[in-house]
Every structure is written in C-alpha cells, then in structure tokens.
Design a protein around this ligand. Structure first.
Ligand code: ATP
Ligand code: MG
Length: 324
C-alpha cells in the first residue's frame, strides 16, 4: 500500500470497536472489532461492493466472535469478495488460498528447503501458509473448499479442531493460534445443478468436515433489483436513469437462463459475474446484442443458442442473430 510503512504483523491486534450500521450500512445494532492500522495484507476497499445483510452479519460474527464461517452458494455470486470486503473495512489482514487443483499438503504445512547460511548449504524447515497464518492476526480464507484434495482437507481438519492447535509433526512443535487468527471458507457445494435439487450427485462435503464449521451462510442469486444495483455499481456509466430499462432487461435474461437451467433446457447459466461482464462489454461495444453474444452466447452449446436467443428476444423485444 502506498505510503504505509510495513507493519510488524505479529504485534497488531484489533484496537477499536465500530458500529456495523455505520461501516456497512446494514440494519443492525451489532458492534465489531477492527484494527486502526492497515497492514499490507489488508485487501483494498472496493467502494462499489454491496453487502448482503445476513452474509455480512455471519462473516462479522466470524471476525468478532471467532466463529468458523463458511459461505456457500452458486458460482459468481460474490462469496470470495464478500469475505475480503468485510476484512477490508475492518482492516483485518487476510490471506486467500484457492484449494482447487494445485495446492498440496506441503504448500499448507511447510517443507524442508535448502538455504544458504554463512556460505553453508543447510536444510531448513520453511513454514507453509497454515502455520504462518495461525501465528498472526490473519483471516485465512479457503476458497473453493469443496474442490480440495483429500490430503489437503486432512490438514484443514486439524486446524478446525476445537482449540485449533496445530502440530508440526516433523518439527515436533505445537502451534497455538494467535488470538486474532480467523478461518473462513467459500464453497459452491450445492453444485451448479442443484438449483432445484435435480442433481443430487453434485459435489458434497464430508459431514465430519461440515460439522466443524460453526456458521454456514448462503449467498445465492439476489433479487433482480439488487442484482441490477450491483451491476450499476460495477459499471457506473450504466447507472443512470437512461439505462435502467436495459439493466433490468439484462438481469431478466440472466434470470431466464437460471430458470432454463433448472428446467433442463440449458446446460449453462449466467452468473452475476457474467452479467457484470456483459455490462462491461456493453460499455465497450454500445450494443447489448453484440455484447451479449460475445459475453455469453458464444460460451453456450450451439444447440442451445436458439433458446438463449429467445430469452433475449423476450426481454429486449428485438431479435438476436446467433449466427452472426
Ligand atoms: N454484492 C456485490 N457487489 C459488488 N460486486 C459484486 C457483488 N457480488 C459479486 N460482485 C462481483 O462479482 C464478481 C464475482 O464475485 P466472486 O468472485 O466473489 O464470486 P464467487 O461467488 O466467489 O464466485 P465463484 O463461486 O466462481 O468462486 C466479482 O467481480 C465481484 O466483484
Ligand atoms: Mg470464489
């Protein structure tokens, strides 16, 4: 962060109390703890972020009362950014790890590495991200929790145990968490297909794991008005009265794809992230139809483009040439 001196992270602690109503503009008399100093690990504030009341309160309970909070929901609904944006406003240092794919147990726990000490090569243990974070006032966010590999989930399970103490077996060392260490996770969990319970085989989390999370908040799609407000906040040039009808039509198309998906007519759906991308592309191309084709239609199976064109026609009252 420009101008801010690097802080000694270990020594920081929440040193002030703030009113949730003021900080997040949501209706609640809750008071929460915050830091006055901004460490370099505190995420940037996104002024355009709009907080969902219930999810915000759940995340705040996580920070203030040290609850383990998991945020579940369909893709692109704002789960990952929600935790970060709460942290940004509390000045709470934060580290996000994406569990899909390449993260291994050693990345989390640590490994022996060869280093140079006074001209000598020596083997030294280098802490992984979990012991590093545990000893600091840091919120550790496990993103895509339901995509974690079994060896990785096993490590996380140890951190989730009641007192949260963590043993570095090879090191013969037990780490006691910093009093301001926090743990969050985000997951799609219900899986894309589970909008109406159609696809029961979608990824499920092991119950012994789920059990260890104290609070599970759900962030699914928002009301059409709320979604339009988010898009307008993200793409301010579309915020005016002149564009209200366009934005509403865009959100309505997205709503139809979600319903079409649930009914089995479509195999993809538009997430709020897709709607934001469409709005950004509309700003570039000036034509909702062209921007729509480039942002979504071309990602759809060819056999389904006719259905999508019909949704567009219904909401915009003009044809969409999908062959173009
Ligand atoms: N409430 C909101 N206010 C402003 N922007 C939002 C909001 N919700 C989502 N967005 C924007 O939508 C995009 C997707 O958000 P994010 O990546 O957090 O979603 P996600 O739920 O974690 O998705 P995934 O399940 O794919 O990981 C981001 O660009 C984010 O800034
Ligand atoms: Mg995410």
């Amino acid at each position: 962060m420009e101008g801010t001196p690097l802080t000694d992270l270990h020594t920081l602690q929440p040193d002030r109390t703030v009113a949730v109503r003021e900080l997040f503009g949501i209706d609640s008399s809750m008071q929460v703890q915050a830091f006055s100093q901004r460490d370099e690990h505190v995420p940037e504030v996104d002024e355009a972020y709009r907080f969902n009341r219930d999810v915000t309160l759940a995340i705040l309970a996580g920070f203030t009362r040290n609850r383990r909070v998991m945020v579940q929901g369909l893709h692109g609904t704002g789960k990952s950014t929600h935790v970060e944006q709460v942290a940004a406003r509390l000045n709470w240092p934060c580290v996000r790890i994406n569990l899909d794919g390449h993260i291994s147990r050693l990345d989390l726990v640590g490994r022996d590495a060869v280093v140079l000490r006074e001209g000598q090569q020596v083997t030294e243990f280098q802490e992984g991200i979990v012991p590093w974070a545990l000893q600091r006032p840091v919120a550790l966010i496990f993103d895509e929790y339901d995509a974690g590999r079994p060896d990785v989930m096993f490590v996380i399970q140890r951190v989730l145990e009641r007192d949260g103490r963590f043993t570095l077996l090879d090191q013969n060392r037990v780490i006691t968490p910093h009093p301001s260490f926090r743990l969050f996770a985000t997951a799609n969990t219900v899986g894309l297909g589970n909008l109406n319970g159609l696809y029961h085989g979608a990824q499920r989390l092991n119950h012994a794991q789920i059990d260890r999370w104290n609070i599970v908040a759900t962030l699914n799609y928002l009301s059409a008005d709320e979604e339009a407000a988010i898009v307008a906040a993200r793409v301010p040039s579309l915020a005016g009265e002149a564009h209200r009808a366009t934005l509403q039509a865009m959100v309505a198309v997205a709503g139809l794809t979600r319903r079409g998906f649930a009914a089995g007519d479509l195999s993809t759906l538009m997430s709020p992230r897709t709607v934001i991308t469409w709005a950004e592309n509309l700003e570039i191309f000036g034509d909702p139809a062209l921007a729509f084709r480039l942002s979504f239609v071309n990602k759809c199976d060819e056999a389904e483009r006719g259905v999508v064109a019909e949704y567009f026609q219904r909401c915009f009252d003009r044809e969409l040439d999908v062959a173009a």
